[in-house]
Design a protein around this ligand. Sequence first.
Ligand SMILES: Cc1cc2nc3c(=O)[nH]c(=O)nc-3n(C[C@H](O)[C@H](O)[C@H](O)COP(=O)(O)O)c2cc1C
Length: 211
Amino acid sequence: MRIALINGSPKVKRSASENILTALKKLFAESDTVLEFKLRTPTLSSRKIEEISKCNVLVFAFPLYVDEIPSHLINCLYQIETYLKANADKDITVYALVNCGFFEGRQNSTALEMMENWCKKAGVSWGQGIGIGGGGMLSGMTNVPDGQGPMKCMWNALNVVANNIKNCTSSENIYVSPSFPRFVYKLGGNAGWRKQIQANGLSRKDLFIKK
Ligand SMILES: Cc1cc2nc3c(=O)[nH]c(=O)nc-3n(C[C@H](O)[C@H](O)[C@H](O)COP(=O)(O)O)c2cc1C
């Protein structure tokens, strides 16, 4: 089995999508061929499109942008779709792991629906999606042991998806949120914004400027 792990975050480093794919990768057997791709810009080379299309399973991990798929990734999907339609013999199953800044994993439901619709257009099978809330925390959690901590629910969901991937089976989407109170996440998020604005030479009150 050839599995493509496709990171659709435009971030060069410290992306939550990368952490999610790193966790998923550990759940595959050594006999599986796992290929990793980063789609950070709107244009894909023909070579990359061909390499992706040679895989039996495509796993897209990406951030939610304005309740949707990031625009650069939509462009990439369109290019892959065009290639797949011209090479209609492809037997491919697609899975999507979407993370967002909001606490609730359900926020990602529209983006997952868009991915499912894309599968229909591209003539490939839809496998399953995970909608992950609390993505803002994920890049800072690289030292938390697998299967533990506030994102344990995500780990459990990844195990379910990994099993479905191994069998190329489809299942209902799963939505996960951090396993601690929402207000604690909000406090942490606000502290993060204050830290960032100060690091950029502005003050806390500048956070409230309206244009
Ligand atoms: C342009 C932009 C739009 C965003 N829109 C949303 C949104 O609509 N809902 C949400 O919950 N988070 C939104 N976010 C937050 C990201 O989804 C969140 O930071 C995510 O964890 C980033 O994932 P990554 O590190 O894999 O890129 C947005 C972020 C950016 C930069």
